[in-house]
Design a protein around this ligand. Structure first.
Ligand SMILES: Nc1ncnc2c1ncn2[C@@H]1O[C@H](COP(=O)(O)OP(=O)(O)OP(=O)(O)O)[C@@H](O)[C@H]1O
Length: 629
């Protein structure tokens, strides 16, 4: 049994259990604020459904589907429910692929149709005599026509990161379009889904695509008596523009709310209630409870904001450190000085990249780079950086730590110099001497204060045959990169320019990068912290570094005027910068279990302080400036 399941039942948990016990089945929508225990209720609901219905599910080969936002969340929930095969916890993409994979004929039909629609759109574009991009569009059309022929020959389609129709691969976006359209159009598919998964639960429903919600609602309607669809979400925590926000409940659904907050200390709870007030006014009650020596009480905690000038990057970083020192003193808690005990939320990875020391690597892989570079860089999966992650960092580290057996084993498995199985003793010795000379050069290039570049390192790897280098890297090193025939021109140009910028990056930046992507650093992005919680949180508000134009803390606090475009969005009743920033602020502040520190860098400190006093989100005595550092 796990902690989540063991937490005391709330009224909502009891209502949810009653709802799950109903026959014919009833769908539900659980809407509640941050830290109210939605995921906890979800885990309990899964456990209850298994307890009451597990045998039947097993007998019929059915499963309960639980859709989460990330792989990490999926794993956590699966662990919580005891890893039972009766529950299929997955991200939306994996779920949709599992559902559609057996229907290869329908997939093929859809892909053929999609390619033909794309061709038609380009033909229409070309019919316009004033088209500016005629040559490019004609090329694209020719490529699509070839793809149309190749798709006909494909017998099995697969799911990957990006679509490549000729190879039978469907990317994320196409998968969503494919499955939702198949579900909407095909009654049999809807029946099959509801029979295989008589319960489908969706966590973080506010960030689910609207067409997926619609498709799931259709599944519900097709077999409503034997099917239960359950959403768990909070419209105030919608972060992504593609998310639905509020899921509208159907007439026969149960709506379950949870008024309490179990996560945050009293002071943090006050702040998040204040942030939320102008949105939907939902005010949470309760708060985190601590039991010491058998006595339970609410955790008081703390919440404060530091308004600091938007100075040079280095100065900001120094001021952030000073804030930690002041907090350690003010809260009599030295843990504020220990990196592993705090979490710092920044708005984009770039801020963390700069603060941690890999700004050049970050911009090479992000600014005008192919999407695959952007996505793969922060998770360490993209090919240009592999020689560093797989070879350079581990071997330089092992050499520094004098771990000779590790060095030999890395060389044995990776160096082409040692690959021949029938090398004689003297040859091995000679090769090792050669490799040792290469390693000496590598060590110098990877030193703390070395000016060696990525290309310098790659040249050493190549010259001494320390490890084999991916052909694609090699092609860029020799300016002989030959793109695939069907590669998009812009992507090719972006790849070439990204690789050029990558080669001149200081190689030592990889040490900081490694720390970040292995999550050993205290940094995380404000958007990436869904569902998580930490005792001590610093939220850095810093528009200057953010490249996300959809968020602006200066506009949110009233320090900067709204733009014409913002006003237009307001007039048209669209989502705009203020509610979006408010939601992001709410999500990051509501992660704090005990202490929350907001550090707001702004170009107009005086005005920001004045506005903050008016807004009254933080107590007047909790607004600090440079004078307090
Ligand atoms: N009934 C309960 N009694 C005591 N603690 C609880 C209860 N339910 C949840 N908690 C605790 O409250 C915290 C927040 O729970 P959970 O993550 O389930 O909330 P959530 O609503 O999904 O949060 P968010 O939407 O902010 O990500 C966790 O530490 C959890 O253990």
């Amino acid at each position: 049994m796990t902690k989540r399941i063991n937490s005391p039942d709330t009224d909502a948990d009891i209502r949810l259990r009653d709802c799950l016990d109903k026959l014919p089945r009833v769908s539900f929508n659980m809407i509640a604020g941050a830290g109210s225990g939605k995921t906890t209720s979800l885990v309990k609901a899964l456990s209850h459904a298994i307890k009451t219905n597990g045998n039947v599910l097993k007998m019929r080969g059915q499963q309960i589907a639980c859709i989460t936002y990330t792989e990490i969340a999926a794993k956590e929930i699966w662990d919580d429910v005891g890893n039972t095969p009766l529950i299929f916890v997955s991200t939306i993409h994996s779920f949709l692929w599992t559902v559609i994979r057996p229907f290869q004929r329908d997939i093929k039909k859809w892909v053929i149709n999609r390619v033909s629609e794309k061709c038609k759109a380009l033909e229409e574009k070309l019919a316009n005599p004033r088209i500016r991009t005629r040559v490019k569009t004609e090329k694209e059309l020719a490529k699509l026509r070839i793809q149309a022929e190749e798709v006909e020959k494909i017998t099995y389609f697969n799911y990957g990161t990006g679509s490549n129709y000729s190879k039978g691969i469907l990317g994320h976006d196409d998968l969503i379009k494919l499955v939702t359209s198949c579900i909407m159009e095909n009654e049999t598919l809807r029946k099959i889904i509801s029979q295989k998964y008589p319960y489908i639960f969706v966590d973080e429903s506010q960030d689910t695509f609207p067409n997926i919600v619609e498709a799931l609602k259709q599944v519900d309607q097709s077999n409503s008596e034997k099917f239960c669809l359950g959403f768990f979400g909070d419209p105030m925590q919608k972060i992504y523009v593609t998310g639905i926000g509020e899921v509208h409940s159907e007439q026969n659904w149960e709506i379950i709310t949870k008024p309490e907050n179990f996560r945050c200390s009293q002071e943090v709870l006050k702040v998040i209630n204040n942030i939320r007030k102008p949105a939907d006014g939902l005010e949470q009650t309760g708060g985190r409870i601590e039991t010491i020596d058998g006595k339970s009480s609410y955790v008081k905690g703390s919440a404060q904001i530091f308004v600091l000038p938007l100075q040079e990057e280095q100065q900001r970083t120094a001021n952030l450190k000073k804030v930690q020192l002041v907090c350690a003193k003010m809260l009599s808690d030295d843990q504020w000085l220990i990196e592993s005990k705090i979490k710092i939320f920044v708005i984009v990875h770039r801020m963390a990249a700069k603060r941690l020391g890999f700004p050049n690597l970050y911009s090479a892989m992000n600014d005008d780079s192919p999407t695959s570079f952007k996505e793969g860089f922060m998770e360490g999966s993209i090919w240009p950086i592999k020689p560093f992650l797989n070879f350079v960092l581990p071997i330089v580290f092992a050499r520094g730590a004098k771990e000779n057996s590790t060095i030999i084993s890395i060389l044995r498995s990776q160096s082409p110099k040692l690959s021949s199985p029938d090398m004689k003793g003297s040859e091995v010795r000679k090769s090792l001497d050669f490799l040792k000379a290469g390693l000496d050069e590598l060590m110098l290039l990877m030193e703390e204060n070395s000016t060696g570049t990525v290309l310098d390192v790659l040249n050493v790897l190549n010259k001494f045959q320390l490890t084999s280098i991916d052909e694609r890297i090699f092609a860029h090193m020799n300016d002989s990169f030959a793109p695939m025939e069907d590669a998009d021109e812009d992507t090719v140009a972006n790849e070439i320019s990204a690789m050029k910028r990558y080669f001149v990056c200081p190689a030592r930046e990889f040490w900081s990068y490694k720390k970040y992507f292995e999550q050993q650093s205290p940094f995380a992005t404000q958007q990436g912290v869904k569902g998580a919680e930490f005792d001590r949180v610093i939220t850095v508000l810093d528009d200057d570094e953010g490249t996300h134009i959809q968020f602006s803390y200066d506009k949110y606090f009233g320090v900067t005027e709204l733009s014409d475009n913002d006003n237009k969005n307001i007039e048209e009743g669209k989502d705009y910068v203020i509610p979006r920033t408010r939601r992001l602020f709410y999500v990051s502040c509501s992660r704090a279990r005990k202490d929350l520190v907001v550090v707001y860098f702004t170009s107009n400190v005086d005005k920001a302080v004045e506005k903050l006093r008016e807004l009254n989100i933080f107590g007047k005595d909790k607004i600090f400036t440079m004078e307090n550092l």
